[in-house]
Design a protein around this ligand. Structure first.
Ligand SMILES: Cc1ncc(COP(=O)(O)O)c(C=O)c1O
Length: 464
């Protein structure tokens, strides 16, 4: 008999640091998952908080060791990219590690306030304010700056953004400029819509920032959509960015920091295949080489890792409700959940995660497709990162089969709208209804106002 346990042991270097099996049942980071299932039932989402801290410590170690090894003349600052998961329990765990944050929406500023009120951050915490900003976001940034949050730093995303701060800020203000990266060659657009064009940066500094002594350009920022990958595209964008830093540094002495964005990956299969140490060293080596060539000091480095911070901390666990053989070959295992509503990246972006059976490792395995419970034909999952197929144990009579998707801690709740939250906390718009009366005249009324920051923060676990 071909047992599931043999399949996994033959395919991977198994067990791993995070996945082990005892009595044919899976443990995740030492957690006996069947005990959780027996206590709470399925479907369920599980977040293992200590993983968030260990990932942050790991990144800090990687960068600090590389700084030391390469004799790099700059510091490293870890920011957490809040949009990956804004939940209070995630933020509070992350903030135990002496870190800073990067934000992407006005409502984030209210999270900053809630965290400050609880003593989780202080007025020196860096708040790197990214994104294309509505007036409300600019206003709330300004209020924090005026109240003494000295490291609340708007990252200018377009040329007109600074006008608002000029009008309303009354304290010394650090600013950054986001540079618009070129997109990956196969993408539909040549240049990212986010950030300021490379050619406009010097003028923006010289005409808008330099003459106003309230403002200090401290940071250049960029983000590569594909993440930090060992590709010629990544290295050429990094080089271009560092050359720009050198050019700006020569006219702007107070500029001393670059933010290289997020993009450290997580494991999407059981086996690790990413060399974090090599990539970190290569990034620093590239920055150092270009700065030496250009004759400028090496910048301090900020990162804003989202997926890396929180992705590997979570799992989605389901029961297989039943099986359906729909023709001679296509055998479906129906889960008590949905990919579209629980793991929308699987449906929208063909995202893969480590998938493992939680029990019945001693049973025979077979090739199946996983079906979600919505009516949508796209609600399925049928290929793994390493094999383009899915294998799971046969379901015996005596006990249901449970399965887990692992490393699902980033973005899934925001994208699927858990409780009413949204990606980047961009709220639902107000909803206006229109009808006609008996004479045919239009009448309009508001069904619902725009979703408020209080409503979102409550869902995320903050006291408002
Ligand atoms: C500006 C910016 N910073 C950081 C991130 C986080 O990226 P990741 O979750 O891949 O680390 C994103 C993601 O879209 C981003 O747009």
């Amino acid at each position: 008999m071909d047992k599931y346990t043999d399949l996994i042991h033959q395919t991977f270097d198994f067990p791993t640091e995070e996945f082990t099996v005892e009595n044919n049942e899976l443990h995740f980071n030492g957690i006996p998952l069947m005990d959780i299932i027996k206590k709470y039932g399925t479907p369920l989402k599980l977040t293992y908080l200590p993983k968030i801290s260990s990932q942050i410590q790991r990144a800090k170690r990687l960068f600090n060791e590389a700084i030391e090894k390469l004799d790099y003349n700059g510091t490293y600052t870890y920011c957490y990219c809040t949009k990956a998961s804004h939940f209070s329990f995630v933020m509070e765990e992350a903030l135990k590690n002496d870190i800073h944050i990067e934000t992407s929406s006005g409502y984030d500023m209210q999270i900053v306030r809630a965290l400050y009120k609880k003593g989780k951050i202080n007025k020196n915490t860096y708040i790197v304010c990214n994104g294309f900003k509505r007036k409300r976001y600019r206003q709330w940034i300004t209020e924090l700056i005026n109240e003494g949050f000295v490291n609340c730093m708007p990252i200018l995303d377009h040329l007109g953004e600074i006008d608002y701060y000029k009008e309303h800020v009354n304290a010394k203000t650090k600013v950054g400029i986001r540079l618009a990266s070129d997109e990956e060659p196969k993408f539909e657009f040549y240049t990212s819509r986010l950030g300021v064009r490379y050619n406009d940066v010097i003028d923006l500094y010289e005409q808008q920032i330099k003459p106003d002594n309230r403002f200090e350009l401290k940071m250049l920022h960029y983000f590569i959509n594909t993440g930090i990958k060992d590709t010629s595209y990544y290295w050429s964008e990094l080089s271009r960015f560092v050359h720009k830093y050198a050019e700006v540094k020569k006219v702007c002495p107070e500029l001393d920091t670059i933010d290289i964005g997020g993009g450290f990956p997580i494991k999407t299969s059981i086996q690790a295949d990413y060399d974090y140490k090599y990539m970190t060293e290569e990034i620093l080596r590239t920055i150092k080489r270009i700065c030496n060539e250009e004759g400028v000091p090496e910048p301090n480095i900020f990162t804003e890792f989202g997926i890396f911070t929180v992705g590997e901390s979570a799992a989605n666990i389901y029961s297989i409700l039943d099986e359906k053989l729909q023709n001679d070959k296509e055998l479906w295992y129906m889960i008590d959940g949905s990919f579209i509503t629980n793991l929308p990246d699987a449906w929208a972006l063909n995202q893969r995660w480590p998938l493992l059976a939680i029990n019945h490792w001693d049973k025979e395995y077979r090739k199946i497709q996983l079906g979600g419970m919505t009516c949508d034909s796209q609600d399925y999952y049928n290929s793994e990162m390493h094999s383009f197929q899915v294998f799971l144990p046969k379901i015996p009579k005596e006990e249901p089969l449970y399965i887990g998707f692992f490393h699902t801690g980033a973005y899934q709740e925001q994208l699927s709208g858990y409780g009413g939250i949204k990606h980047c906390l961009i709220p639902s718009p107000q909803h206006i209804l229109v009808d006609r009366d008996e004479e045919g005249n239009l009448k309009t009324w508001q069904f619902a106002p725009e979703q408020s920051s209080e409503a979102m923060l409550r869902i995320l676990g903050y006291e408002v």
